[in-house]
Design a protein around this ligand. Structure first.
Ligand SMILES: Cc1cc2nc3c(=O)[nH]c(=O)nc-3n(C[C@H](O)[C@H](O)[C@H](O)COP(=O)(O)O)c2cc1C
Length: 283
C-alpha cells in the first residue's frame, strides 16, 4: 500500500485570483489521494490555532503563493517568512549611520536570554526543531527536506512574465530558508482590480508622452479564431486579461502538480525520487 502523502498550500490573496491557483493545485494533489492542508496567510493570524497545521516536517510538498503588489509579494508573506521584515531594522540602521555612530546595540533575537528576560513576539514556526538553526537564517541540512512549489498571479501589464520573476525568487528563498527543495514555479496573469482591470474592448486613459495631456486611444484590433469566436486585444501586455486566471491556467496549474507528483512520488520503491527535475510554468 502506497504511503499517504501530504501537501501544505500557503497563499496570500487580495482579490482571490491566487486562491484559484491554490484550489487547482489542491484538486490536482487530491486526484492522487493526497491529503491537502490549504491556508490563506493574513497579516494577523491565530498563531495557536494555525501552528499545529504548518510544520513543514509533516508534509511531502510545500506550496507558497502570493500575488504581486507594487512589485512584491503581499506583506502577509514577508511578515511571516522574512527574518526581521517590518520590524524597523532598516530605519534603525539608517538612523544609526546618519547619526555618526558606528553601531547600535541590538537585543539578541536568538536564543532568548536565560530566564526569559526579553519577550519574543509570537510567530509561526515552520519546523518542529532547528527552525532557526544555530543562528537566525541558518538551516540544518540534515532535516527532512520536503519539495516546494512557489506560485503567483500578477498583472504583468508592462513587460509580461519578467515582472513576476523577482516575486517567485523571493518566495523560493523563503522556502529554501526553511530547508525546502523548491522544484516548481508557477505564474500566470491575474485580472486586475481597479483602473487596470479593463473589460473586453474597454479603453484605458492615454496620455501624450510629450506634455502628459489626454490623447485619443486607438481602437484595439479584434482577433478571430478558427472556431468562429473572436476577442479584442488588451491595451496591456497579457491578452484576455479580463479572463485570467482562466481555463488554460487551470489546466497548466493542474498539469504542473500532476507531473511533479507522478515523477517524484509514483516510483518503483514508493520512496520519493532524488531531487533533480524542475517543473516550470510561467506565462
Ligand atoms: C494595488 C495593486 C497593485 C498591483 N501591483 C502589481 C505589480 O506591481 N505588478 C504586477 O505585475 N501586478 C500588479 N497587480 C496585479 C495583481 O498582482 C493581480 O491582479 C493578481 O492576480 C491579484 O491577485 P489576488 O487576486 O490573489 O489578490 C496589482 C494589483 C493591485 C490591486
Amino acid at each position: 500500500m502506497a504511503k499517504q502523502r501530504r501537501a501544505l498550500i500557503l497563499y496570500a490573496t487580495m482579490t482571490k485570483n491566487t486562491e484559484k491557483i491554490a484550489r487547482w493545485f489542491q484538486e490536482s494533489f487530491e486526484a492522487y489521494k493526497w491529503e491537502v492542508t490549504s491556508i490563506r496567510m493574513k497579516n494577523t493570524m491565530d498563531i495557536d490555532a494555525v501552528q499545529p497545521l504548518v510544520y513543514f516536517d509533516d508534509y511531502d510538498v510545500i506550496c507558497l503563493g502570493s500575488p504581486i503588489v507594487a512589485g512584491y509579494p503581499l506583506k502577509a508573506i514577508s511578515k511571516h517568512f522574512s527574518l526581521g521584515a517590518h520590524s524597523g531594522l532598516e530605519e534603525k540602521t539608517t538612523e544609526t549611520v546618519e547619526s555618526g555612530a558606528e553601531s547600535y546595540t541590538q537585543e539578541p533575537m536568538w536564543p532568548p536570554p536565560e530566564g526569559g528576560g526579553m519577550q519574543m513576539p509570537k510567530e509561526l514556526q515552520w519546523r518542529r526543531s532547528g527552525n532557526r538553526g544555530p543562528y537566525p537564517g541558518a538551516i540544518y541540512q540534515h532535516q527532512f527536506k520536503p519539495l516546494g512549489i512557489v506560485f503567483t498571479t500578477y498583472g504583468g501589464g508592462f513587460y509580461g512574465s519578467d515582472e513576476c520573476l523577482a516575486t517567485l525568487e523571493v518566495l523560493k528563498l523563503y522556502l529554501q530558508l526553511n530547508n525546502v527543495a523548491v522544484v516548481g514555479r508557477f505564474a500566470c496573469c491575474g485580472k486586475e482590480f481597479g483602473p487596470a482591470g479593463l473589460k473586453p474592448g474597454e479603453k484605458p486613459m492615454f496620455n501624450n508622452a510629450e506634455d502628459g495631456t489626454p490623447m485619443p486611444v486607438p481602437e484595439a484590433e479584434v482577433y478571430e479564431m478558427a472556431d468562429g469566436t473572436s476577442f479584442p486585444a488588451t491595451y496591456f501586455f497579457h491578452a484576455r486579461m479580463w479572463d485570467k486566471p482562466g481555463p488554460r491556467d487551470e489546466a497548466k496549474a493542474k498539469a504542473l502538480v500532476a507531473d511533479l507528483v507522478e515523477d517524484y512520488f509514483c516510483t518503483v520503491s514508493g520512496e520519493r525520487n532524488m531531487v533533480g527535475s524542475q517543473y516550470i510554468s510561467i506565462s
